[in-house]
Design a protein around this ligand. Structure first.
Ligand code: 5GP
Ligand code: MN
Length: 345
């Protein structure tokens, strides 16, 4: 059997996208709050394509991405609203096209939402999250896809520019696909994904090195935090089918936390046989909120739980949200959520 890439756009959509790109000279690419590997990878890959088309491109994000992504070629040019507000405002104000990547609700870019709303630019959304609300002049939405980076790769291929893709862009897109699937351990059963990976390998990417750069670049503090959480903080529920752990600012300070240290930690409780749901509650170091992360296996719907209990959303097996302080109330909310979803655990 030969595996072929299924189309990402209809013929009509291809024309619509080409028209949108043709008229744009200055483009701002925008990623979500708490940028992850997919947001950064998709933005860098899409930026490389737009630059190839001769556009003036600026990538803007609400706040910085974790340290384990700084090695990505071009990532240092990304502007963060928390540190470079003026330049971000100018990039969004001057743009005639704003590309929203890896999110489909303006709430996910926090303070930048009003800046985007007020901008004169047209909006193009490229995203793989579930949702019903429309946004922008054109929305390319594929919740069945592993990542926005996968979508960007397919789009570039569809628009006939894959041959011109530089290794750096291929590296960024692979990073996004890899991080949004936990190193191709979830959300990654579509055979076409491996065709796409082959295509990226043909560009000379070093996938083993990318893996090490992302996953094996920890600081000592990360290992200490993992040890502390697993030993002291992890609490099991429902006969080891669900778990909750918490991390307060004080604990993070004591453990010399740096951004990104707790990344992926929420997946670990799922290593216990029979576990279906893992919940992490972490006090944000920048804002007075508690960041919630949910991970599950098989058909347990994290996204439903996140929107019902945690003011958030996401994917079936990986979702997130936010709760107000204090931690005690957040724990009670998480416990109520587990209780409410007992039958699905
Ligand atoms: P994480 O646990 O890595 O922060 O987030 C996992 C996934 O949940 C993200 O890829 C994103 O799809 C979704 N997500 C995280 N935070 C939020 C949020 O505040 N609102 C919504 N709608 N989705 C979120
Ligand atoms: Mn994503």
């Amino acid at each position: 059997m030969q595996i072929k890439l299924s189309p990402i756009l209809t013929d009509k959509e291809i024309l619509q996208l080409m028209a949108l790109l043709r008229t744009a000279k200055r483009v701002a690419i925008c990623g979500h709050y708490g940028p992850d590997g997919d947001a950064v990878g998709a933005a860098l890959g899409w930026a490389a394509y737009l630059k190839h088309l001769g556009k003036q491109v600026t990538i803007v994000m609400p706040n910085p991405f974790p340290d384990f992504l700084t090695w990505l070629p071009g990532s240092r040019q990304i502007l963060f609203n928390t540190f470079q507000h003026e330049r971000v405002a100018k990039a969004l104000g001057d743009a005639d096209l704003i590309c929203c990547l890896d999110f489909r609700e303006l709430g996910r870019i926090k303070e930048m939402a009003t800046m985007v709303e007020r901008a004169k630019a047209k909006l193009l959304v490229i995203d793989h999250h579930l949702g019903t609300e429309a946004m922008g002049e054109m929305m390319i939405s594929h919740p069945e896809m592993s990542s926005t980076s996968e979508m960007v790769l397919r789009l570039i291929d569809t628009l006939g520019a894959f041959d011109d893709m530089p290794t750096e862009a291929a590296t960024a897109l692979y990073t996004g696909m890899m991080t949004d699937t936990g190193g191709f351990t979830y959300n990654s059963n579509n055979p076409e994904i491996y065709l796409l990976i082959s295509m990226l390998l043909s560009k000379g990417i070093n996938k083993d090195k990318i893996y090490r750069n992302v996953y094996w670049s920890s600081k000592e503090s990360r290992l200490r935090i993992i040890g502390y959480v697993l030993h002291e903080k992890l609490k099991f529920y429902e006969n080891h089918r669900a778990s909750i752990f918490t991390l307060t600012r004080q604990e993070l300070k004591d453990l010399q936390y740096v951004r990104g240290d707790s990344e992926g930690l929420v997946n670990m409780p799922l290593e216990v046989k029979g576990m279906r749901l893992s919940i992490s509650l972490r006090e944000d170091t920048e804002k007075d909120v508690i960041r919630v992360s949910l991970r599950s296996v098989d058909d347990f719907p994290c996204n439903k739980m996140a929107s019902e209990f945690f003011n958030g959303g996401g994917h079936l097996n990986a979702s997130g949200g936010e709760l107000p302080f204090p931690m005690e109330d957040a724990i009670r909310t998480a416990e109520r959520a587990i209780e409410a979803y007992r039958d699905l655990l």
